[in-house]
Ligand binder design. Structure first.
Ligand code: HEM
Length: 421
């Protein structure tokens, strides 16, 4: 299949990644990808096998950027653990949790693990509801809006800001600054990313943390500032600042694009809208089905550290494995008729939208809650949501723009029109 499209740069794949995953799956659940020499995993069981591997056969050192910047060393031999450790610091995102491995990863993840508790999220729920209503107030009289900047992105930035305790006066500026993460843009940009792409926020987050160290408040940043490892020792200040920046940045674009994709699907399905207005308790199932069908994170990358196998395929040490999360969530062997959007699927929560295993998304409960409240309020305040023909064309020929990133499924904009309730 050397004529297959290049997953990492082809505009057709950016526009329609699910067809690419289906095509790859025709050669088996694990297949070779000729353009960059990676291995693509599109089968559900094989994806689970890689993500939950307990033998330290894989590293997450490349988990955000995959193969495009290239490894800073030439892998040699059947075990590249030592080579990786020697060069790890040269890799993009090296300073952030999502790229850590083993014991260091488990210890640092545990520092964040207790922060997003049910109780804290519950406290945030009223704020989220009033935020959604305020945002809707600002565009409801127009009968139209661009969901991505006007609703989805604002919701997620303000939500994590409120949880963390970021001062009101800083929030709008941070919303501007954070934008979409630059990490997955195909082309040159990715080569320039250092070990900490969020470094530009460091002075600000250092300041927030110092204030909390002196005087704790009732916010997540204070808990993080005072968090200790399991043995009672304290992480150093820069480590905590890195975790705070990552927590702030990690879930904004993803949750925002989930809200946008969910609205796109609703806009094309009036029957489903009416059902969810009648039965709002099914909105969480609707969100799970969006995460299965066309999730914000398309893939997660792993680096094979030893000669290994996935399913029946031999994978040499040094190979980058692209675990196609959306491919796995659309594997007909696990989800019958995967192209059918169906909130009544008995196993819809099995999807891979939040990945699995040691690195499975820590913010999933927050992402789910933000999306639920945003959609509950949008459905409650409208009688009908329609996709704008002016911007996206007639129903038979809709056209949407997606950000040219090879890891995210990121709608650039989504124009809707609606009849207020
Ligand atoms: C719908 C929204 C979201 C989606 C689809 C999503 C997806 C993901 C995925 C696929 C991973 C795993 C990457 C891998 O296996 O290499 C991940 C990790 C992570 N996510 Fe999310 N995420 C979302 C929202 C959030 C939110 C709101 C937060 C926090 C406020 C968050 C924090 C994290 C963190 C800290 C990790 C790293 C976990 C680790 O490496 O141990 N995410 N997310």
């Amino acid at each position: 299949m050397d004529t297959e499209p290049d997953f990492y740069s082809d505009p057709q794949v950016i526009a329609d990644p699910r067809s690419y995953f289906d095509l790859k799956r025709t050669s088996g659940p694990v297949s070779f990808e000729p353009h960059h020499g990676t291995v693509m995993v599109t089968g559900y069981d094989a994806a689970l096998e890689v993500l939950t591997n307990k033998d330290h056969a894989y590293s997450s050192a490349c988990s955000v950027v995959g193969p495009i910047p290239g490894l800073p060393f030439t892998p040699s031999g059947a075990d590249i653990h030592d080579q990786l450790e020697e060069h790890r610091r040269e890799m993009p995102w090296a300073d952030h949790l999502v790229c850590f491995d083993g014991k260091k990863h488990a210890e640092h993840r545990a520092l964040l693990g207790n922060l997003l508790t049910y109780k804290r999220l519950k406290q945030n729920e009223d704020y989220l509801r009033s935020l959604a209503d305020r945002l809707i107030d600002s565009f409801i009289v127009n009968g139209r809006c661009n969901v991505v900047p006007e609703y989805a992105h604002a919701t997620t930035t303000y939500a994590i800001s409120d949880l963390m305790g970021i001062p009101m006066q800083d929030r709008a500026e941070l919303l501007e600054l954070i934008g979409a993460p630059p990490s997955q843009v195909a082309g040159d940009a990715v080569h320039k990313i250092g070990p900490d792409p969020l470094i530009f926020m460091k002075p600000r987050f250092d300041q927030y943390l110092r204030e909390r160290l002196e005087q704790p408040r009732d916010d997540l940043m204070s808990e993080l500032a005072h968090a200790t490892f399991k043995d009672g020792s304290k992480p150093d200040f820069d480590t905590v600042s890195g975790l705070a920046r990552f927590l702030f940045g990690a879930g904004q674009d993803t949750t925002s694009r989930l809200i946008a994709m969910a609205t796109l699907i609703l806009g094309g399905n009036l029957e489903l809208q009416q059902r969810l207005r009648r039965e709002p308790s099914r909105i969480p199932d609707f969100i799970e089905e969006v995460l299965r069908y066309d999730a914000p994170v398309k893939v997660a990358y792993r680096l094979a550290l030893v000669d290994t196998t996935i399913g029946a395929m031999a994978v040499p040490a040094g190979t980058i494995v692209t675990v196609c999360l959306t491919g796995a969530s659309n594997d007909p062997a696990h989800f019958p008729e995967p192209q059918r959007f169906d909130i009544d699927r008995p196993n819809l929560r099995d999807h891979m939208g939040f990945s699995r295993g040691a690195h499975g998304c820590l913010g999933a409960p927050l992402g789910r809650m933000e999306a639920r409240i945003a959609l509950e309020r949008l459905l409650a305040r409208t009688a009908e949501i329609r996709i704008s023909e002016q911007h996206h064309g007639p129903a038979e020929r809709r056209a949407y723009r997606f950000e040219p990133t090879y890891s995210f499924r990121s709608l650039s904009d989504l124009h809707i029109e609606f009849t207020p309730a």
